[in-house]
Design a protein around this ligand. Structure first.
Ligand SMILES: [Zn+2]
Length: 343
């Protein structure tokens, strides 16, 4: 049985994993990492963690990707795209700014000029900040991804260790901190599965990816038998950020006018609490993409004219990627002959 959370906009849940140290090499232990999803965070404002079950199993997941995809690829070497001339979120033509498809805080360099108005930019910026200064912060430091305000980056991170039968919390410098990145496992987009949906997004677990020093080595050095890493996640904020990346990338590739309907705009702006309809983790986890920090891809389902984005952050590591059902293209949309997408 899968652990299950249902989270809603603005509410927090906590995800916790416990790494048992010794015996055996670190990587051989990975499949036996006990992954506990449970326990609401201490947020008094009312975390609603609905139906929480402890499990060691990865939940069985949804089909990999949208039905009948026609993969469309682009090498992501281009970083400058044509100006859009109106806000891709609200349509405003005033005070337009450039839009980073991938957040600058993840060293994203590709920009869409004149694509986001000031107020929409503020909303998407806040969502990104929740994620980038949340559970992605340590990995950004260790991977040296661009930190907007480096002086604000924590120099130390807390870690809980067990030694001599006692539990202690220590602060370790970022360079000595064994990062266990928790990437959320989000149920497949309901728009694809057709399951019943109310609101929010369903998070069924986390993929754990190790960065920096290995927990075993750190545990040995500290004389600890167990170390524990915990973080707080906001899966809705995460899904909104992923949705924004996929959508702005799609606009760069096919143009705003190609869309008959954009599904993800209200989710990105936070006016609809429907992230679970459009965003999900892609299963199974695909191969690493050597030499690519992040990888973006579009899939077009011709039958339903659905454009689905695939967002793979830290693609050179064993991270999962995410599907975003971005919207429906117009029936008369024809990809330009010279489009780098359709080759
Ligand atoms: Zn706007």
């Amino acid at each position: 049985m899968a652990s299950e959370f249902v989270s809603y906009v603005g509410r927090l849940i906590s995800v916790r994993s416990v790494v048992q140290l010794y015996p055996g090499p670190y990587f051989k232990q990975m499949p036996r990492w006990s992954l506990r999803l449970g326990g609401a965070s201490g947020n008094k404002k009312g975390v609603r963690a609905v139906s929480t079950v402890v499990t060691n199993e990865r939940p069985t997941m949804h089909p990999a990707g949208p039905p009948g995809p026609v993969p469309v690829r682009q090498d992501f070497s281009r970083t400058q795209f044509a100006p859009v001339g109106r806000c891709i979120y609200c349509g405003s033509t005033e005070e337009l700014c450039r839009e980073h498809m991938l957040p600058a805080g993840l060293s994203g360099t590709a920009v869409l000029p004149k694509a986001s108005c000031r107020s929409c930019g503020k909303i998407t910026g806040e969502v990104e900040r929740i994620v980038l200064r949340g559970h992605l912060w340590p990995v950004r430091i260790v991977r040296r991804l661009r930190l907007g305000e480096p002086h604000k980056a924590p120099k130390q991170f807390p870690i809980t260790v067990w030694r001599g039968g006692r539990e202690e919390t220590l602060l370790l410098p970022a360079s000595e901190y064994p990062i266990l990145l928790h990437m959320p496992i989000l149920s497949a987009p309901v728009a694809v599965t057709g399951e019943r949906f109310t609101q929010g997004i369903r998070m069924t677990g986390v993929h754990i990816i190790s960065f920096g020093p290995k927990p075993n080595d750190v545990g040995k050095r500290l004389g600890a038998t167990r170390i524990q890493h915990s973080d707080t996640q906001q899966p809705v904020a995460f899904a909104r950020m992923i949705g924004k990346i996929a959508y702005s990338y799609a606009v760069a590739c096919v143009g705003l006018d190609a869309f008959e309907e954009v599904f993800v705009r209200p989710m990105i702006l936070g006016t609809a609490d429907d992230a679970g309809r459009w965003v999900g983790t892609r299963e199974p986890v695909g191969p690493k993409r050597v030499g690519e920090l992040h990888h973006l891809e579009l899939h077009f389902n011709q039958e339903q004219r659905l454009l689905v984005g695939e967002v793979h952050l830290l693609a050179d590591s064993d991270t999962p990627s995410f599907n975003v059902v971005i919207g429906r293209l117009r029936p008369d949309y024809v990809a330009p002959e010279n489009s780098p997408l359709f080759r």
